[in-house]
Ligand binder design. Structure first.
Ligand code: ASP
Length: 413
């Protein structure tokens, strides 16, 4: 039984988190933000970076193999289609609701948002990408490059194609399927070695964030941060509590308790993809059938970003106000559509949502360079949005698991 192990990891991560905050605050108070930021960035953050590097290194084989294995373990191509549609529908509906929540909250705060005298250094070179490019780029034109570039959406497409290929090839595909299963098992073990040191990584990153930012970041940008966090919390309470309760008949408390280790880790690592193995472990412990979580979670870590969608909506309204633009209802609808798509195209890695924000701003005529205004505190937004992103993935796994069980599918052991 994994309960004890994952509980221990969750507790250790929490200890790392709290200790990191305390030590970071001490650095900040003793040395001042600038010196503490420079010192911790030079001597403490690198230990966090080592850990994040290890996670990044394992994540490509992990996503590729676990999705392939997830598809193969369903044993039937029709089942893949059935679960796939339910999963994608859940992702799209919850992300669209997230956008609406983000817009409503941001509009309530709008009156209090400042109109800024813009400083020169607000300019930030944002890379804008348009909708059609995003769509076309999902499909790889090379089988190897996506793996070496860690292009997650393309890796998912490759995994889905090869997984389905194994199923359709029948007997002849079986040896390939067995190799995938074996590789996947080995990759999971390597991942568990890396996870064992995660509390230290969390500690190092947290010391750096708190020492460098200190309470100063809660100054003029506190309001927009608050708006985003209210949006995040509303989404958790309204959407995830309700969906696990209604669709999976699971008590929301049980769900939140079950997902806590992954949520704590997402909060500090700011990467859904890096958190994936812990999310998977939490879902296993909540009795989600492995063939479902192995399919839903990697897909979710790559395309399902409710927190990112909320952030992009709040940020768009905030930046519009900062530069004195009053958005119309039509523009708000454009924001909902583009933020939904942008969040799908956002990689599950640290800071990726801020890059994709350029696409949303572009769509409503706000120059993406103004992202620079909130650039400095992106990590604080990112902590919340990543947490939400992975809770959303897990809630989908729990619901799809229940739907499949209702349809006479296997119930988890
Ligand atoms: N860091 C987020 C994630 O990994 C993506 C984002 O930047 O919004 O889910």
């Amino acid at each position: 039984m994994k309960d004890k192990k994952s509980l221990n990891l969750g507790v250790k991560i929490l200890i790392g988190l709290v200790a990191g905050i305390v030590v970071g605050a001490i650095f900040w108070a003793v040395m001042g933000a600038e010196a503490a930021g420079a010192f911790t960035a030079k001597y403490i953050k690198p230990f966090g970076d080592i850990f994040v590097n290890l996670l990044k290194f394992i994540v490509v084989p992990l996503v590729l193999l676990s999705i392939m294995d997830g598809v193969i373990s369903m044993g039937d191509i029709h089942k893949v289609g059935k679960i796939g549609w339910k999963t994608v529908a859940y992702f799209l509906v919850t992300t669209a609701i997230a956008c609406v929540i983000g817009l409503v909250v941001a509009n309530l705060f709008k009156g209090a948002f400042p109109v800024l005298e813009l400083a020169e250094d607000a300019a930030y070179e944002a890379k804008s990408s348009n909708l059609m490019d995003t769509l076309v780029n999902i499909f790889p034109n090379n089988a190897i490059a996506p793996l070496s570039n860690a292009s997650m959406l393309q890796i998912i497409v490759i995994a889905l194609f090869f997984g389905c290929g194994v199923l359709v090839a029948g007997e002849k595909g079986k040896p390939f399927g067995d190799i995938v299963t074996s590789f996947n098992e080995v990759t999971q073990r390597v991942m568990s070695f890396i996870l064992a040191v995660s509390p230290f990584g969390v500690f190092a990153l947290m010391v750096w964030v708190v020492a460098a930012q200190g309470p100063k970041i809660l100054g003029s940008l506190g309001l927009v941060l608050l708006a985003a966090y209210i949006g995040y919390i509303l989404h958790v309470v309204l959407v995830y509590s309700l969906s696990v309760k209604v669709f999976a008949k699971m008590s929301p408390m049980k769900f939140f308790k079950g997902i806590f280790p992954a949520a704590a880790f997402a909060f500090t690592s700011t990467s859904s993809v890096a958190t994936l193995p812990i999310t998977q472990e939490c879902c296993d412990d909540m009795d989600v059938h492995h063939e479902i979580s192995a399919f839903v979670l990697p897909l979710g870590a790559t395309i399902n970003m409710d927190g990112t969608a909320i952030y992009q909506c709040v940020a768009a309204i905030f930046l519009a106000k900062c530069i004195g633009i009053d958005l119309t209802l039509t523009q708000m609808i454009v924001i909902v559509v583009t933020a939904t798509l942008a969040s799908i195209g956002t990689a599950g890695t640290s800071g990726a949502g801020m890059i994709m924000l350029a696409m949303v701003l572009d769509a409503v005529g706000i120059p993406p360079t103004y992202i620079g205004i909130i650039y400095g505190i992106d990590r604080l937004f990112d902590m919340g949005r990543t947490t939400l992103n992975i809770i959303g993935d897990a809630s989908c796994a729990v619901c799809v698991n229940a739907w499949e069980a209702d349809n006479g599918g296997k119930k988890a052991a």
